[in-house]
Design a protein around this ligand. Structure first.
Ligand SMILES: Cc1cc2nc3c(=O)[nH]c(=O)nc-3n(C[C@H](O)[C@H](O)[C@H](O)COP(=O)(O)OP(=O)(O)OC[C@H]3O[C@@H](n4cnc5c(N)ncnc54)[C@H](O)[C@@H]3O)c2cc1C
Length: 397
């Protein structure tokens, strides 16, 4: 039987960040960790790849510079309701940095291996069975035994299903497409505005857009439009996010919403391959560990308001590493304090703020209310975002 002190199931940002933070706390952890990843890097992962500054702060603390991989810098992020709203710029020159996940995760994995951690690729976990003395992990490459397990296997992961089988889940639905950047722009914006349509976007190579126009139609989310690149070619990533908080009401098909908005911008959804994937969101009262097994990233739950999961995944790694290091020091693996460690640090504070914001802003779904939030109350919204939602990584230990 294969054995390891710490088995990390899933080599996405959350699992790799846990390993990197453990080696940051104590380099000797490297030889005690084994990561099992079902794919081979570079592997595709459906994601728009928007990295907010908090993600970069965490990477910098790990000694990693994300500009080493291809990326697109977004100067201004627009948060609109039906074509207009507030703008966020950041003193650093970019408000969001857009990466492709195949490149980002492969880069993170290489850096993790460079610190001495073994990653076994092409191994699919099928069952996770904790007992008082350790954890048995069944895979398609045999059985593994560990002192503790970190479930980092994403929204559809097997770890959570095994350890918390009866816990109800809250997930968002998303659709995403990537399309060549060249769009036909309307020659007459004023006429379009008079007809109630959208003003044209002249800055599509530098700006990212989040438009909450679907909320009054009972879709608790937004349509996004990001600049990105694929193998050096400028592209755009479009998608629609719905955290399902209005699922009891009649909703249009997400595909139709996305097609209509893309067409207003001169893009044709029929030219694209549509992909979808759920995002599990954080709820403050839900369990995220059992004795000897703890969950990180999407497996534990990320941002319900935007579906922003990359910075939380990296943040979970920092918190989990501390919990694990302390449990080895005490030789006690109940992980009874992990949920509070997440909740009362910077990560839990931002996830709670985003959860609360979703619970308030999406059910108040009337067009006039969304108009008020995104167009009229801009200074207040920016202050709330700055204080409660962003800049949380500085409060991580
Ligand atoms: C359409 C879409 C767009 C998004 N856009 C953004 C965005 O712009 N910005 C942002 O911050 N977040 C975004 N997200 C969210 C973000 O992608 C996730 O929150 C993030 O990937 C979570 O990281 P993770 O490591 O927890 O899980 P994952 O990235 O899902 O990694 C899990 C890993 O576990 C492996 N795995 C799974 N099952 C097994 C198994 N049984 N055995 C072994 N290995 C296994 C997988 O192969 C994978 O490598 C988006 C999500 C979607 C769906």
């Amino acid at each position: 039987m294969n054995t390891a002190d710490i088995l990390i199931l899933g080599g996405g940002p959350a699992g790799l960040s846990t390993a990197l933070h453990l080696t940051r706390l104590d380099p000797s952890f490297a030889r005690r960790i084994l990561i099992l990843e079902k794919e081979h890097y570079p592997r595709p992962k459906l994601c728009a790849g928007g990295l907010i500054t908090d993600a970069e702060v965490i990477l910098e603390r790990l000694g990693l510079d994300v500009t080493q991989i291809p990326h697109v810098d977004v100067e201004t992020a627009h948060f609109d309701f039906a074509g207009r709203g507030l703008k966020i710029r950041n003193g650093k020159g970019h408000s969001i940095r857009v990466i492709r996940r195949d490149e980002f995760d492969a880069w993170l994995a290489k850096n993790t291996e460079n610190r001495g951690v073994e990653i076994r690729e092409g191994v699919t976990v099928t069952a996770v069975l904790p007992d008082p003395d350790g954890v048995t992990v069944e895979t398609d490459a045999g059985t593994f035994r560990a002192q503790i397990v970190v479930g980092a296997d994403g929204s559809n992961g097997v770890t959570r299903r095994c350890i918390l089988p009866n816990e109800p889940l809250s997930t968002s639905r998303t659709l995403e497409v990537v399309i060549a950047s060249a769009a036909k722009q309307s020659p007459n914006p004023q006429r379009l505005l008079r007809r109630g349509e959208r003003p044209p976007r002249n800055d599509i190579h530098t700006d990212a857009y989040f438009d909450f126009f679907p909320v009054p139609q009972n879709v608790a989310g937004y349509v996004w439009d990001f600049p990105t690149q694929v193998k050096g070619q400028p592209m755009r990533c479009w998608g629609v996010y719905d955290c399902n908080l209005l699922a009891n009401f009649k909703r249009p098909a997400l595909k139709d919403l996305l097609a209509a908005e893309m067409s207003r911008r001169g893009f044709n959804l029929d030219d694209c391959e549509i992909q979808s994937h759920p995002i599990r969101w954080y709820e403050p009262h839900k369990r995220i560990s059992v004795p000897r097994v703890l969950l990180v990233g999407d497996a534990a739950g990320v941002d319900s308001f935007f579906g922003e999961g990359l910075s939380p995944a990296l943040g979970y790694g920092a918190v989990a590493a501390q919990e694990i290091a302390e449990s080895f020091r005490r030789n006690e693996f109940s992980f009874g304090r992990y949920k509070n460690r997440v909740a009362f640090g910077g990560l839990g504070q931002t996830l709670f703020a985003r959860w609360l914001t979703s619970q308030i802003l999406y059910p108040l779904k009337w067009a006039w209310f969304q108009f008020l939030v995104w167009r009229i109350l801009q200074p207040l919204v920016i202050v709330i975002a700055w204080v409660f939602i962003l800049n949380w990584s500085k409060r991580l230990k």
